[in-house]
Design a protein around this ligand. Sequence first.
Ligand code: AMP
Length: 281
Amino acid sequence: METVRTISDMKLLRQRLAEPVGFVPTMGFLHEGHLSLIRRARSENRHVIVSIFVNPTQFGPEEDFDSYPRDTERDLTLLKQEKADVVFMPEPEKIYPPGACTWVEVEGLTEMLEGISRPGHFRGVATVVTKLFNIIEPTYAYFGQKDAQQARVIRKMAEDLFMNLEIIVCPTIREPDGLAMSSRNFYLKGKERKAALILYKSLQLAQSLWNRGERHAGKIRGEIVSLIESEPLARIGYVSVADTETLQEIEEEIEYEALLSMAVKVGKPRLLDSIVLSGSA
Ligand code: AMP
């Protein structure tokens, strides 16, 4: 496995790699969720490149950029075990050199859900992913459904900008008790870990309402809100039942399918989870 730290070395190395090249962008502190993307990339490509880059521009001024968990040594051991070919770990000053003033804005899709409480977040995500795509030129790039809005935004960006690659979205990996794996679960202390299960319980409730034939978005949203409110350690950011393509909130009957997504603060971390409600009961 090669560890590459500069953009010029990464571009040079890329020229030597045979197609297809799979790329998994991460912010490190790797867990089974990340590893599932890497395994999928491994199974579909000649070469696999993983980036570890805690992207400063996607964090708001009050967010946890400085304290975001990092453990590069452990990450590199895991990546070796997964047989990644290349790890790209650029310095922030190289990705955003002085004077860089070009940003990628995906309109509409970024203005709801996470976009409301995290202004500028998706501008940071779209910009860094574009830069990484331009440096690495992957054939396939792998993202998690865990961050459902992010996956939708990246797919739309790649389509709108005629990017020469395919975006693959992979299922959410969970702890044995259902909590979606996330680097930020590390912040959960004491009773918060159990309280965080309220997100998974909400998804289960939504799925069972759907299976029983409930199609009214407002009814489903209301039931989920009541359930989360019954957990004293949980604070709702939003609970959304939205169109899977436009992410517009659905107010009445769901016609075909819907994305149920939520952000819930439990102690320090703001946790995200989601499920697509689809198919007939
Ligand atoms: P991050 O390091 O948080 O930026 O995540 C890097 C990639 O891993 C993103 O595409 C995430 O959506 C994905 N990811 C994070 N957690 C999970 C999970 N539990 N299951 C599947 N993919 C995940």
